[in-house]
Design a protein around this ligand. Structure first.
Ligand code: SAH
Length: 471
């Protein structure tokens, strides 16, 4: 139950000034308002619900277990009642059935994930200093250089030492904030050169958008902070799509240099925040596996894996994607990097159909890459997603020559690593091939996974080698 049932012993609504409970609340929230007066940052107003009690979620008996293991989500089904009148995105306490404090969390009555934990510490105030500290920590682990080598701003994007930048420091791409795994549920920040792209996926992060943008502007000194809050998952949170400049001005050309390869990033209309930073290390691995091979890259987007394969000496690379815009940028990227266009073929098609067509034409490849979009955003879609993964992987195995390699990925949060491996095993069996796993793959190190939050490990991949007898 997420309805705002009033606690049986709570006082009725009264004018706030004369209300004792309200005074208690402002006292605690006073930390926030105090910060607002002494800081240049743009912080939201404290909760203004007019209920007589401090907003809190009280869990059903026994439903505190996942929080005690520090999993940061509270599902609607675990909630006994909601006290007070919390605003969407507002901070409230999460308490067990005996009303012991468990966490401070942001509230969203419109989501199945009704609360997302900011902090496990009752003494911690969820205000500007909290966000500054969490953001600084996330930046520090990705930019371990001492401050004097980084220029005037603590984490200036113009400084040296950013991890995950690959080739050019100035133009590096990196995920700077990885949501729950960096202690900031719903907030993703990607760096592309000196532009930052922010993606907000929760009501809580939405409420602190301006604060976080101010902090990032202050700490990183980017030319632009652009908001790409238009992912499908926002719908599940009851949030409207948003897409636009938050700070500064968007440079005309946004580019990342990754292991010396240049990629144009379409921050405004590209997918996710414009580029798939999570595959950086796996793309680099592809380069080492591609020499003299006929490569098929399915779901190629702006040509990431294709360009690495070409630079790695592939004999030919056929790349397929359904998006004409992505393919246009891919062809541009190929030219920018002076790679041999004669070895590259681009095909705008639905991969499910294209694979069947290639099979019917009797085509075969030495190395196939399958990096599809998210088939299962949540576990509820897992079964349908499993059929999709099995289908493309089965076809992939059938198109491989004896001894060939299949690099296959899933970025579905709703499909575990174990489940993914089982799906691939089923596909190999049905295709009639024996296959060995040669690599277990994950997202790059700038996408860390909080141990207590396995959902953070959304990207998993396998490189498989089929037996010399093939299929
Ligand atoms: N491997 C890429 C990222 C792939 S993202 C990289 O390293 O950058 C998934 C891609 O799949 C997107 O470009 C999207 O346009 C494409 N896509 C989604 N559904 C598709 C379909 N049914 N057929 C072909 N492409 C599809």
């Amino acid at each position: 139950m997420t309805g705002q049932k009033t606690k049986s012993h709570s006082t009725p609504h009264r004018p706030s000034q004369g209300n004792r409970d309200f005074r208690n609340r402002t006292k605690r929230d006073g930390k926030h308002s105090g910060e607002r007066q002494t800081t240049p940052y743009n912080a939201p107003k404290p909760l203004t619900g007019n209920a007589a009690v401090q907003p809190a979620i009280i869990l059903k008996v026994g439903r505190e277990k996942s929080l005690l293991r520090r999993h940061p989500w509270v599902f609607s089904g675990a909630i006994e009642r909601v006290d007070g009148a919390p605003a969407s995105g507002g901070t409230l306490a999460v308490r067990d059935a005996s009303e012991n404090f468990l966490a401070w969390a942001s509230y969203n009555a419109s989501s199945q994930i009704t609360a997302r934990v900011w902090s496990w510490h009752e003494e911690e105030a969820i205000g500007v200093e909290f966000f500054r500290s969490r953001i600084s920590n996330a930046l520090a682990v990705r930019n371990p250089q001492p401050r004097r080598e980084r220029g005037d701003k603590p984490f200036s994007l113009r400084g040296k030492g950013w991890e995950g930048g690959g080739g050019g420091i100035e133009k590096g791409g990196a995920r700077l904030i990885h949501a729950e795994s960096d202690g900031l549920p719903g907030l993703v920040v990607d760096r592309y050169g000196d532009a930052l792209v922010m993606q907000i996926g929760s009501a809580g992060a939405e409420r602190w958008r301006d604060t976080c943008a101010d902090i990032l502007q202050d700490l990183c000194n980017p030319a632009c902070i652009y908001e790409r809050s238009d992912s499908d998952s926002r719908e599940l949170e009851g949030l409207e799509p948003r897409n636009g400049v938050l700070r500064g001005a968007l440079p005309e050309n946004v580019e990342v240099v990754e292991h010396g390869l240049r990629f144009k990033v379409d921050v405004v209309a590209g997918q996710k925040t414009g580029f798939y930073l999570d595959q950086r290390d796996n793309r680099a691995l592809t380069e080492t596996l591609a020499r003299d091979k006929d490569v098929l890259n399915c779901f190629c987007y702006t040509g990431g894996f294709s360009l690495y394969a070409l630079r790695g000496g592939a004999k030919s690379v056929l790349s397929i994607d359904a998006s004409g815009d992505a393919l246009r940028i891919a062809a541009e990227n190929l030219a920018t990097n002076n790679l041999d266009a004669a070895r590259a073929e681009w095909l705008k098609a639905d991969v499910f159909q294209a694979l069947r067509k290639l099979r019917d034409q009797g085509r075969s490849f030495d190395f196939i890459i399958l990096d599809p979009p998210k088939f299962a955003p949540t576990a509820a879609f897992a079964e349908k997603a499993a059929r999709g993964y099995k289908d493309i992987n089965l076809l992939g195995f059938k198109l491989l020559r004896p001894g060939g390699l299949l690099a296959t990925y899933s970025c579905s949060g709703g499909i575990s690593e174990d489940m993914f491996q089982k799906i691939i095993a089923g596909a190999a069996l049905d295709a009639g091939v024996d296959a060995q796993i040669v690599h277990h793959l994950h997202a790059s190190a700038d996408h860390p996974v909080l141990l207590s939050f396995p959902e953070g490990a959304y990207l998993k991949g396998l490189v498989l080698r089929v037996g010399p007898q093939g299929g």
